[in-house]
Design a binder for this molecule. Structure first.
Ligand SMILES: NC(=O)C1=CN([C@@H]2O[C@H](COP(=O)(O)OP(=O)(O)OC[C@H]3O[C@@H](n4cnc5c(N)ncnc54)[C@H](OP(=O)(O)O)[C@@H]3O)[C@@H](O)[C@H]2O)C=CC1
Ligand SMILES: CC(C)(CO)C(=O)C(=O)O
Length: 303
């Protein structure tokens, strides 16, 4: 199976790199500067247990169809990458986005049709270092994917074979929309809390009023997801409760971006939940404050 990974950043570089390392036919769709960096340094992946260096196949525009396209760009790059993907999409191509939030499903489905777009999510604490090398900061590395309607799909077995057994946790799901919402709830809580408080979950829990703040924010996010028809199921609730109670320096990719002065996915991760809350009449003062905080940050970057 030919796999195209659009974006060779923290997530695309990690999961695409691991697939390539496992001998899968992987090509990265990258822009000029990233292509030059990958050509000179290779794709280096640093993990808590060691470092790998690969020589990745890269292209700057697709010239033919792929069987699987993993979309691994930030939400602000989605329109541009979507516009460039056309030639990569053949009759049976499956597009699996790794983006956080849900809005990208609409963008991809409008551009390519529902028959091509599956759901997907990844769990990793990843970043790029000053050399552009991929850094997996903890042992977490999970990929989940599946048809949006959960129904049978004659491409599922081949896609599953292509994306599993490559040195990270990976599985197909018949409930991918529920799993994406559950991940969104977790990530929005983490992202809103850490960016608003400018600190990790452990530091927030050590602050006076910090645990109460985290519990109140979590309750808001769960209330929105529940009103939208996607209440997190018990295992997701348990993970969320454990995450917000943590004393560890747990952060989110949005927090790491903010601290680095990079653009943040404010609308896709937090803003859309506030909009959803408004639609259902759910009061979300803390989430709204997190959205305002991110808007101030975004405006300050522009000036
Ligand atoms: N990092 C993490 O820990 C996690 C991130 N996520 C989610 O995954 C998604 C991707 O995030 P992440 O991998 O961290 O982001 P990164 O910023 O690390 O990587 C995104 C990559 O996309 C590339 N890109 C942007 N526009 C284009 C384009 N038009 N064509 C080709 N490549 C392009 C950028 O390359 P260039 O160098 O050219 O700018 C960059 O390398 C986000 O939605 C994020 O929320 C999910 C789980 C964990
Ligand atoms: C849930 C978490 C923290 C890990 O995958 C994440 O998705 C992120 O940091 O963007």
């Amino acid at each position: 199976m030919r796999v195209l990974v659009a974006g060779a950043g923290a997530t695309g570089g990690y999961f695409g790199g691991r697939l390539a390392q496992a001998g899968r036919d992987v090509t990265f769709l990258v822009r000029e500067r990233r292509a030059a960096r990958l050509a000179s340094r290779g794709l280096r992946i640093r993990t808590p247990v060691g470092e790998t260096r690969l020589t990745p196949q890269t292209i700057q525009s697709p010239a033919g169809a792929y069987d699987v396209v993993l979309v691994a760009v930030k939400s602000h790059a989605l329109d541009t990458v979507t516009a460039s993907l056309g030639p990569a999409i053949g009759g049976r191509t499956v597009i699996i986005p790794l983006l956080n939030g849900m809005r990208h499903l609409g963008t991809l489905t409008s551009a390519f049709g529902p028959e091509h777009v599956w759901g997907g999510l990844c769990m990793i604490h990843g970043t790029l270092d000053e050399h552009g090398d991929v850094v997996q900061m903890t042992g977490l590395h999970r990929l989940v994917f599946g048809p949006l309607d959960g129904g049978p799909d004659d491409r599922l077995d081949a896609v599953t074979t292509a994306l599993t057994g490559a040195g990270f946790d990976s599985r197909a799901s018949r409930h991918i929309v529920a799993e994406m919402w559950e991940k969104w709830v977790l990530l929005a809580t983490l992202g809103a809390a850490t960016t608003l408080m400018r600190g990790a979950i452990g530091a927030i829990n050590a602050a006076p009023g910090g645990p109460e703040f985290l519990r109140a924010l979590t309750a808001e996010v769960i209330a929105v997801a529940t009103a939208a028809g996607h209440p997190p199921r018990p295992p997701a609730r348990e993970l969320l409760d454990a995450t917000i109670a943590s004393t560890e320096p747990t952060t989110s990719s949005m927090y790491r971006d903010l601290v680095a002065g990079l653009p943040v996915e404010a609308d896709a991760i937090v803003g859309d939940l506030v909009t959803e809350a408004g639609r259902h009449g759910v009061p979300v003062p803390l989430l709204a404050a997190a959205r305002a905080n991110l808007a101030v940050y975004t405006d300050s970057r522009a000036t």
